[in-house]
Ligand binder design. Structure first.
Ligand code: AMP
Length: 295
């Protein structure tokens, strides 16, 4: 907040664009013994992102939000150029939450000339998204590793909306020995069930009206499986329902073991059934939506 002739004027959260400035700011908080949370985002913020910031403040005195549309996680044919960029509005929203610091680096700051290293996660990064976007998790793991090393927060908050990504980040932090606790946060939805996403902005009114079928169809499968139904027919019914509502194609609708994301082939009615997760990715018009729920 600034002050002009006695009037309080919002000037937005503090913003830095270089790793050196980020480290300087964080060092002052560290010296004061404060806990620091980081929330990595690609901007175009919505209530889902803001819930992560709030979660950060439940666990730390200071929250740093990064805004960086990471080129290395987009394939050449994907929407890097057209991905929504709304920095001024993002800063206003973050200011309302009292966000301490925004880190919004340039691509050259993150990937200077000569940059030639890539983190290639395996394990949780295999299958599902990787079958359709083979470059994706390498790009995500590399940028998240760089962001966490730049900031070295006590914890970093990620949404369950991107459930496989959360598993990949947890695995990467563990495998590389990054001293950062990875915290997951539940998916925030619109009132009709559609998971909030920056990419929902691409939907036409008709597509937006059809999109909640993803959540409805997943819930029907989850209810059926919980009631002891065989997953196969329930999954096929759900796929038919999604396509009938106007989706153009389904990349995957898969029931997985929640912890490992391995395919679930065991006995559904068994008392030893582990927690499962149902994950979906599907195309409506020119937009690809992903979602997932616990079973
Ligand atoms: P993005 O800006 O899409 O890269 O997302 C940044 C972070 O926000 C990731 O950890 C996402 O999982 C999380 N996120 C995105 N949408 C939601 C949502 N609807 N609810 C909760 N978290 C979300």
């Amino acid at each position: 907040m600034g002050e002009i002739e006695g009037l309080a004027v919002r000037t937005g959260p503090e913003m830095v664009r270089t790793v050196a400035d980020l480290r300087h700011r964080v060092a002052l908080w560290r010296a004061a013994g404060e806990r620091i949370a980081m929330v990595p985002t690609m901007g175009a913020l919505h209530e889902g992102h803001l819930s992560l910031v709030r979660k950060g403040y439940e666990r730390a005195e200071r929250v740093v939000v990064s805004i960086f549309v990471n080129p290395t996680q987009f394939a050449p044919h994907e929407d890097f150029q057209t991905y929504p960029r709304t920095e001024a509005r993002d800063l206003e929203l973050l200011d309302l939450l009292g966000t301490d610091l925004v880190f919004a680096p340039s691509a050259a700051e993150m990937y200077p000339l000569g940059f030639a290293t890539r983190v290639e996660p395996q394990g949780a990064a295999l299958g599902l998204e990787a079958d359709v976007r083979p470059h994706f998790f390498g790009g995500v793991a590399t940028v998240v590793a760089k962001l966490l090393i730049a900031c070295l927060p006590d914890l970093a908050v990620f949404g369950e909306k991107d459930f496989q990504q959360l598993a990949v980040v947890r695995q990467m932090a563990r495998d590389l020995g990054l001293p950062v606790e990875i915290v997951g946060a539940p998916t925030v939805r619109e009132s009709d069930g559609l998971a909030m996403s920056s990419r929902n902005a691409y939907l036409s009114p008709d597509e937006r009206a059809a999109a909640p079928v993803l959540y409805g169809a997943m819930k029907a499968v989850a209810d059926g499986v919980r009631a002891g139904e065989a997953p196969g027919p329930a999954l096929r019914d759900a796929e038919a329902r999604i396509l009938a509502a106007g989706f153009r194609s389904i990349d995957y609708l898969a029931l997985r073991v929640a912890d490992t994301l391995e395919p679930w082939t065991g006995d559904n009615a068994s008392a030893r059934r582990p927690p499962l997760r149902l994950l979906v990715a599907a195309w409506i018009g020119r937009t690809r939506l992903i979602d997932n729920i616990a079973v």
